[in-house]
Ligand binder design. Structure first.
Ligand code: AVJ
Length: 342
């Protein structure tokens, strides 16, 4: 998954996506002067952070990637059957397209693949290798923030479209933002569209908490990398040893929360601002919402979709949903027998 594969905003307010350090600086200062303190998870994914995330996906405790890949592999033929003939597959936040390859292998009749990612460089690199591996499928990368409206390439305007949003990236959104995202995807995909979404499920708290507190400390390094970035890109002098990785399942909100906790009372200096921490005070860096098959179904219905298919693994750790747009309800005509009731 690339750095830029998952530009979703949750903890911090929506901010303009730009690689510039000016907006990074502004976001960091806004987040650290807010109460409670927060930083957007989109800033995890610089080069070092992306590499750490790749390592996370291979950890024994981190079940999501492995489990989703298993479901997609097992169900690739069923998924392929639900994708209209000659369709364009549009992936929201494509990153390295690893999971997409599973779908592309089975979906023989696909006319085009449209990976949408903020990182233009990474995209064209990926498109090159995909072209070589799937010569019959048109590769039409779009460099855009997938959570904002974007233009589809002209060549796919007339094709039926299917969307692909794996990785439980949707879990980084607040539920109302996830709903807004699904509505936005519905607009992009158009009438009759199919959307395939990977969603992590609520499960035993121990399993969830271990996935975000691995023994090797890779997730801790991934979280602390945010402070490293602030030091190297914004010239701060944060003592990384004075902060600790905290991740726990908030059952009431049904989400894993990641925080960076200050181990002592301290003052940071950043761009002329003084940022004070109480001992134990945290910076909230990420939410990763967990759904049930039913709660995700309800969210999808709220966005105008129906759950056409849902697959989980044997342990029900992860789910892959195929959503289709609900037909517009027929215009209601007054029924004569009810008219009298007023
Ligand atoms: C990429 C957002 C799905 O929430 O599990 C992994 C990110 N954070 N370990 C997740 C993450 C800490 C991941 N997502």
């Amino acid at each position: 998954m690339t750095a830029l594969a998952r530009h979703v905003t949750t903890v911090a307010e929506s901010t303009e996506l730009s690689g510039s350090s000016a907006s990074f600086a502004a976001d960091v200062i806004a987040g650290l002067t807010a109460t409670p303190k927060r930083l957007s998870p989109k800033y995890f994914y610089d080069r070092a952070g992306s590499e750490l995330f790749e390592r996370i996906t291979e950890l024994p405790e981190y079940y999501p990637t492995r489990t989703e890949t298993g479901i997609l592999t097992e169900r690739a033929r069923d998924i392929a059957k639900l994708i209209p003939e000659g369709a364009a597959l549009i992936e929201f936040g494509s990153g390295s397209s690893t999971k997409t390859r599973i779908v592309l292998h089975e979906t023989k009749s696909l006319a085009a693949y449209v990976p949408v990612d903020i990182s233009a460089e990474f995209l064209s690199q990926q498109a090159g290798t995909l072209r070589a591996d799937f010569p019959k499928i048109k590769m039409l990368p779009v460099a855009a923030d997938f959570s904002e409206p974007f233009e589809l390439p002209g060549a796919v305007q007339q094709l039926p479209r299917a969307g692909f949003f794996p990785g439980s990236t949707i879990g980084n959104f607040e539920p109302h933002e996830a709903c807004a995202f699904l509505r936005h995807a519905a607009r992009v995909l158009g009438h009759g569209a199919v959307l395939i979404v990977g969603v992590d499920l609520v499960k035993d708290t121990g399993v969830l908490q271990r996935a975000y507190n691995d023994k090797q400390g890779v997730t801790a390094a991934f979280n602390l990398n945010l402070l490293k970035r602030i030091n190297s890109e914004l010239g701060a002098k944060i003592d990384l040893d004075s902060f600790e990785h905290h991740a726990f399942f908030n059952r009431e909100r049904s989400r894993i929360e990641m925080h960076l906790a200050s181990l002592k009372r301290q003052r940071l200096k950043l761009g002329g601002e003084c940022i004070d921490f109480r001992a134990g005070e945290t910076i909230h860096t990420e939410n990763s919402y967990k759904y049930t098959v039913e709660s995700f179904g309800a969210l999808a219905r709220g966005a105008g979709f129906v759950q056409t298919a849902v697959w989980t693994d044997a342990r029900s750790y992860f789910s892959v949903h195929v959503l289709t747009l609900r037909e517009e309800p027929a215009p209601t005509r007054p029924r004569p027998d009810l008219a009298a009731v007023g």
